[in-house]
Write a protein that binds this ligand. Structure first.
Ligand SMILES: [Zn+2]
Length: 469
């Protein structure tokens, strides 16, 4: 009998009751709207009140948190703290890190119908800066750690919650600072952060997109020098001409296509939910007979997929000259290079030189490899398989598709330390972005119901990865 009672106690503590989701939804909405109402835009706001808010909430749950702030010698009044909280597990497995960023991009207040910090609720949506980037992930991660604690879930690994500052363009005070100075506080086997989403099109779920790798941003300036002179006497050494030719050559160049585990699986699985024409293209990419035509089609009509195929180069700034009758002695162009995660940048630099092939044009590295590169996260480990299984439960009937961001996220810093990171996110209608309701837009919004489902998905995923088994 005693033994039976002990087993019963053990079993109930292993399989804790599910949270009361109706209550959790109300709580989620309260925290989410309160946090959206805080202006944490960079520039213009501050992460500190968000961190203060989270700390208070965690304190009330009996969850200890630590604050890490990089010293700001230039302006000691600007405090941009990062918060880290940890629930202890048995230590049988390495920790799981769950991440949200507390800052947002800045706003142009007069362009907003509902104020950017109003958290206005209408038609099932919550409006405001950060609603889908990244206060959704921030609140979901906070709710997950709170619920694990409240449900007394026995853990095989520590769960670490990181509310990081400076994600939008200033990782030096956020993730880069934490990785460099406080890595033991966040060291984990797996991490979950932003960068994914559940895609719904025309009201139908299409896929669960999980970011498993990203391109590495690298910048260069092309600088041409020539002889200055009178505009009435054209010179072949004209810097404007040399820079224009260099830009034209770079723009016409398509670095070779190369797929990695993530992009290969991405196109394979995307084909299963695509139209027949799309499917033929995605499946034909590796067919030597068809690939050239498909790549040319994507370059012209599907630029995002074209960028996923290769290291890309986009000339985005050009500067030269100051008056019509003067041949300037210098001209320059800035190139935005987004390298594949496994790109050998040294070799790429040589290729770029041979494409430009002009001794009058110098290549100056500017923002070159500003973020670390790392191999894509695994698609066959426990973490990815669990994401797939939990996604199936909350978003039934659609595939989980790994993806490579063409843009950069803070996961690059964590992956470079060997962490296996996965970008997740709530369900978003694919029509929302083009209509001006997406991340960084002037009417950023989230479906309330989508936020609630995401919190459940997040919690189930974290619990499944961390609980005693
Ligand atoms: Zn973000």
């Amino acid at each position: 009998m005693m033994r039976f009672v002990l087993i019963a106690i053990f079993v109930t503590s292993l399989f804790a009751q599910a949270p009361d989701w109706a209550k959790v939804e109300a709580e989620t909405l309260k925290h989410f709207t309160e946090i959206v109402k805080i202006n944490s835009a960079d520039p213009g706001g501050s992460e500190k009140p968000v961190v203060d808010y989270i700390k208070k909430v965690l304190d009330a749950e009996g969850i200890e948190s630590k604050i890490f702030t990089m010293e700001n010698f230039a302006d000691p009044d600007i405090i941009r703290p990062n918060l880290i909280a940890r629930l202890k597990g048995s230590g049988k497995k390495k920790p799981l890190l769950i991440v949200g960023h507390t800052d947002t991009v800045n706003v142009d207040e007069k362009k907003w119908t509902h104020g950017p910090f109003s958290a206005h609720r209408e038609g099932g949506y919550v409006y405001g800066r950060g609603t889908v980037d990244d206060k959704d992930n921030l609140v979901a991660a906070m709710m997950s750690i709170i619920l694990l604690k409240r449900q007394k879930v026995q853990l095989d690994r520590d769960v670490i919650f990181m509310a990081e500052a400076g994600e939008e363009g200033n990782p030096a005070i956020g993730v880069a600072f934490l990785v460099r100075e406080h890595y033991p506080e966040i060291d984990a086997e797996y991490c979950l952060a932003e960068g994914g989403s559940v895609v719904r099109t025309a009201g139908t779920l299409k896929m669960v997109s999980v970011q498993t790798t990203e391109k590495i941003p690298a910048g260069v300036r092309l600088v041409a020098n020539g002889v200055a002179g009178h505009g009435s006497v054209p010179l072949q050494s004209n810097a404007v001409v040399h820079i224009a030719q260099a830009v034209a050559k770079v723009a016409a160049w398509q670095p070779p296509m190369r797929l990695n585990d993530t992009t290969r699986t991405y196109f394979e699985r995307l084909a299963t939910v695509a139209t027949p024409e799309e499917r033929a293209r995605y499946n034909g990419l590796l067919d030597p007979e068809k690939t050239d035509a498909i790549q040319a089609w994507m370059a012209a009509n599907d630029p995002r997929h074209n960028s996923m195929l290769r290291t890309s180069v986009s000339p985005n700034i050009i500067k030269a000259g100051y008056r019509r009758n003067v041949i300037p002695s210098e001209a320059e162009a800035t190139l935005d290079i987004r390298a594949l995660p496994d790109e050998d940048l040294k070799k790429f630099d040589e290729q770029l030189r041979s494409v430009i092939n002009d001794p009058a044009v110098k290549i100056v590295r500017d923002g070159w490899a500003s973020r670390p590169g790392a191999a894509p996260s695994s698609l066959t480990n426990e973490a990815f398989k669990t994401i797939e299984a939990v996604a199936k439960k909350h978003y039934p009937g659609v595939p989980t598709i790994p993806s490579m961001s063409t843009g950069a996220t803070d996961m690059a810093f964590l992956r470079s330390k060997g962490m296996q990171c996965y970008g997740i996110g709530p369900m978003i209608d694919s029509e929302d972005g083009p209509k001006g309701f997406g991340a960084h837009s002037d009417q950023e919004r989230i479906l309330e119901s989508s936020l609630y489902t995401f919190v459940k998905f997040h919690y189930d995923l974290v619990e499944e990865l961390a609980k005693v088994k």
